[in-house]
Design a protein around this ligand. Structure first.
Ligand code: GUN
Length: 279
C-alpha cells in the first residue's frame, strides 16, 4: 500500500516558510510585488489567477492585477509588459497562459524581463537550467522536486521516467531530475513501447494530459508515482493522468489528485517571487 504524498501539507509548509522570510525582508525595508496579467476570461485561468493572488496575500507580498480584454492587441500587451519591466516596484511578472490565438506566445514570454520571469518560462531561464546555472525554474517541476525531497524520497541513482515533453513540465522536469543525479528517460506520444519504459521506472512522473492513462500495467511494484495531470470527471470530481485506484496498491508512494502536485505550483511561484525580491 502506497504512502500518500501530501502536496497540500507540504505546500502549506513552504508558504509558511516564505511568509516568515517576507516578514524578515520587510523589517529590512524590502517589499515585493507580483504583476499578474490575464488576457480574456477563460474560467480555469481565472481560478488559477485568483489562487495566485490569494497566495501573494497570504505570504505578505502585494499583487497587481491586469485583466485585459480578449481582443487586446499583441502590441498593447507588449507595451504593458515593457512598462512593468521598467517599474522598480514590481519584482515579478506573470502572464497567465494560454493567451488568445492572435498573439505569439513565445514573443510574449520573451518580452518579460528574465529577472522578473517568476514563471521560469523565458529562454534565458530555461537555458540557465540546462547548464545548471541559477535562474527561475518552472514552478510545477520545481514543486515535484520539493515533494520528493520533503518526503525523503531518494532521487540520486534512481531510474526516472518522465512521461510528457512540454516546455512547462516535461522538459524542465527531466533536467531537474538529471540535476538531482537520477538516470532520466523522457517518454512521449511517439515512444515505441511506453509500458515497457514506464515499467522500468523507480520514479515515474506523468504529465501527458490524458485522464487515468497510466494504469497498473505501467507501474513497477514499489515505484514512486507523481501525477501532474488534472481533469474533471463526468460526476464533477477530479482525477489525474494516473488511474489512482489501480496504481496505488502497487506504488511505494503516490501523489493524489487533487492535493498532490497541484498546490505545489503556487507554492513554488511564491518561492520564485520571494527570490525575485533579493536578486
Ligand atoms: N497556465 C498553466 N500553467 C501555468 C503556469 O504555471 N503559469 C502561467 N503563467 N500560465 C499557466
Amino acid at each position: 500500500m502506497a504512502v500518500l504524498i501530501d502536496g497540500k501539507k507540504i505546500s502549506q509548509e513552504i508558504k509558511d516558510e516564505l511568509k516568515n522570510k517576507v516578514a524578515k525582508l520587510k523589517e529590512q525595508g524590502i517589499e515585493g510585488a507580483l504583476a499578474v496579467i490575464q488576457v480574456g476570461t477563460d474560467p480555469a485561468s481565472s481560478v488559477y489567477v485568483r489562487n495566485k493572488k490569494r497566495a501573494c496575500e497570504y505570504i505578505g507580498i502585494r499583487s497587481e492585477s491586469y485583466e485585459l480584454a480578449e481582443d487586446t492587441t499583441e502590441e498593447e500587451l507588449l507595451a504593458l509588459i515593457d512598462r512593468l519591466n521598467h517599474d522598480d516596484a514590481i519584482n515579478g511578472i506573470l502572464c497567465q497562459l494560454p493567451i488568445p490565438a492572435h498573439m505569439d506566445e513565445n514573443k510574449i514570454i520573451r518580452a518579460i524581463s528574465p529577472e522578473k520571469d517568476v514563471d521560469g518560462f523565458h529562454t534565458q531561464n530555461v537555458g540557465a537550467l540546462v547548464v545548471g546555472q541559477s535562474g527561475f525554474v518552472s514552478c510545477t517541476p520545481a514543486g515535484v522536486i520539493q515533494l520528493l525531497k520533503r518526503s525523503n524520497i531518494e532521487i540520486a541513482g534512481k531510474n526516472c521516467v518522465v512521461v510528457g515533453r512540454s516546455n512547462i513540465v516535461g522538459k524542465p522536469m527531466s533536467l531537474l531530475m538529471l540535476q538531482e543525479n537520477a538516470t532520466v528517460t523522457i517518454c512521449h506520444s511517439k515512444t515505441a513501447d511506453l509500458k515497457a519504459m514506464c515499467k522500468q521506472a523507480d520514479i515515474i512522473i506523468v504529465a501527458i494530459g490524458k485522464p487515468k492513462f497510466i494504469t497498473e500495467e505501467y507501474v513497477k511494484e514499489g515505484a514512486v508515482v507523481i501525477d501532474v495531470g488534472i481533469h474533471r470527471n463526468a460526476d464533477g470530481t477530479l482525477c489525474g493522468d494516473v488511474d489512482f485506484d489501480q496504481v496505488m496498491p502497487h506504488a511505494a508512494a503516490i501523489t493524489p489528485v487533487p492535493g498532490g502536485v497541484g498546490p505545489m505550483t503556487i507554492a513554488m511561484l511564491m518561492n520564485n517571487c520571494v527570490a525575485s525580491m533579493t536578486r
